[in-house]
Design a protein around this ligand. Sequence first.
Ligand SMILES: Nc1ncnc2c1ncn2[C@@H]1O[C@H](COP(=O)(O)OP(=O)(O)OP(=O)(O)O)[C@@H](O)[C@H]1O
Ligand SMILES: [Mg+2]
Length: 169
Amino acid sequence: MTLENKFGLDDVAELARVEERTGKKNALELFAGGRLENFSAGTFATLAEIHRVLFGEIYDFAGKLRTVNLFKGHFRFAAAIYLAEVVAQVEKLPQKNFDEIVTKYVEMNVAHPFREGNGRSMRIWLDHIFKTELGVVVDWSRVDKTKYLSAMELSPIHDAPIKKFWPTR
Ligand SMILES: Nc1ncnc2c1ncn2[C@@H]1O[C@H](COP(=O)(O)OP(=O)(O)OP(=O)(O)O)[C@@H](O)[C@H]1O
Ligand SMILES: [Mg+2]
């Protein structure tokens, strides 16, 4: 079963390709247009706007809180029934230094506000916080995808691995 989408695609691989292509194109436009500079760093409204820009072309749920429960591997993300309260609390978390920012990122991942596309929109949201607060961004080209994913899978329990290996510049 594919997610309902605006292109009417019902093939999983085809939807994944179109989602990746449109998502990347829209992310590039978001950066090139300098639009992020007007957003306030670390709020849910900013994350929702990033998600809407990336995925609005393909999904009706873009920028909107999910209404279904989600899990990956052995972890279930925040229950849909109190998701609004969770994101409201998470956006209030401090973001003065590297540690606080990664803690906030980990908590927003535990919330997992959207039906799909959380990772991609949250990585931009994280970079925006790093850039605004600390004047650095993650050098994603130096991030090993497999290690990143393992560290994120561990992060709800232990956040040391995700805090350790992130190269910034
Ligand atoms: N078992 C897990 N426990 C906690 N977090 C996880 C787990 N598996 C994946 N994640 C996080 O969730 C993200 C994937 O969420 P989602 O599929 O909504 O986003 P995406 O943008 O479609 O995918 P991706 O991040 O792989 O590009 C991963 O990038 C990772 O940060
Ligand atoms: Mg996904």
